[in-house]
Ligand binder design. Sequence first.
Ligand SMILES: Cc1cc2nc3c(=O)[nH]c(=O)nc-3n(C[C@H](O)[C@H](O)[C@H](O)COP(=O)(O)OP(=O)(O)OC[C@H]3O[C@@H](n4cnc5c(N)ncnc54)[C@H](O)[C@@H]3O)c2cc1C
Length: 423
Amino acid sequence: MIVGEDGRSSTEKDTIERDDFWATTSNKQLNFVQHIKTLLATHGRAAVVLPDNVLFEGGAGETIRRKLLHECDLHTLLRLPTGLFYAQGVKANVLFFDKKPASESPWTKQLWIYDLRTNKHFTLKTNPLRREDLDEFVGLYNVGNRQKRKPTWSAENPEGRWRVYSYDELVARDKASLDIFWLKDESLADSDNLPPPDVKEAAPNRRNRGVHEPLPEKVDVLISGTGPAGLCLAAQLAQFPGIETMIVEKMPANIIKGKADGINTRTMEMFQAFGFADKVKRETYWVNQTNFWMPDPKNPDLIRRVGRVQDVADDSSEMPHILINQARLHELFLEVMKNSPSRLEPDYGWEVVGLTIDPSTNDHPVTVTLKDATGVNWWATRTVRANYVVGCDGAHSAVRKSIGGDRPPMGAGHVGAHHPGRA
Ligand SMILES: Cc1cc2nc3c(=O)[nH]c(=O)nc-3n(C[C@H](O)[C@H](O)[C@H](O)COP(=O)(O)OP(=O)(O)OC[C@H]3O[C@@H](n4cnc5c(N)ncnc54)[C@H](O)[C@@H]3O)c2cc1C
């Protein structure tokens, strides 16, 4: 938008219309190619760095490529490695072409392509492109005698990076696309072996969880209790391996049966953020309507339906209100933790019996005493120092007691605990 002195605005036209251009387009790179073509003297030579879209874009792109192949001798294409030219991640190439006098037959006879991209991994800082990385290409280019070029690719040597295509092959391609690769991309070939997408790459600093490994001496956050509140917090913190999190539970393992089963729509939305709402939706019973039954006044031995109400108000959430076994819900949180970069797992069988806070330091000021609640060393204690301790240990929270908190009156909810279904 250009605003003139009189305050009127006009829009700058991006589309370039020039008689000496092959096609009218607003694509800057395509116009750049056309502009260079017009600047070249007959038999003049050009080598132009261009992004991949020039090689495959339809419409004006196709027209320009067909003209370029016909009116110029487009003899060489160097496919550059990713991320080094233009902006990060933009894929670029060098197109080598010579301008030729007008002719009925196409000037391009063969296009030689060198693939310096597939399975090459350069970076700007740690592994920059060096002159010797171009040695093979420069040799094969054969400046002195292009007619004597020899491909390194063949059916017998499918790994060869230097391959030739005839004019007929190129113009027969869909949209005369020059976006050509033949080497097998190892990263794609390996895709069958990739872990499932929910499994994040493990952080190198994660805790060693061998069976004989002792408890850590210090952690950033210690969570007491693996109810829904503790697991939800642990699943979230587990995504940040820079924060060392520990979650302890006095019971020996995850619960088998729970108490809570009703999950409201807002909690489902939270599950969506953790990535398992769809799984929950597939596995569970949806409470869409509620029926009310009363003894039948005409025949009190029987009951009859007296009402039916819609459960979730229209447009209040895209999620349903569902019923799920609480133990299953715990499993889903545990799975998120296990797949996280920290590979976090609860330390079962450890009960928080008390904690002290050292106000004179900021370095892990809370010392938590844990009791072996189920193991062979039953009643033995260990201490773990923490920067933060979160009491998710239910209505009779030992953490709350340790910091002098009272049990809240019935109906007031738990201090420091989320209510999973009715939050
Ligand atoms: C019968 C019943 C039915 C319910 N139905 C529903 C429902 O349908 N929907 C709903 O949303 N809610 C329901 N609730 C409420 C729901 O169960 C609670 O709100 C929820 O479990 C609270 O979660 P929490 O993580 O805070 O604590 P809890 O679930 O109580 O978990 C606390 C955990 O801490 C552990 N722990 C305790 N002390 C220590 C310690 N000192 N050291 C280490 N670990 C410790 C415990 O073993 C436990 O695993 C129901 C509750 C009851 C009793």
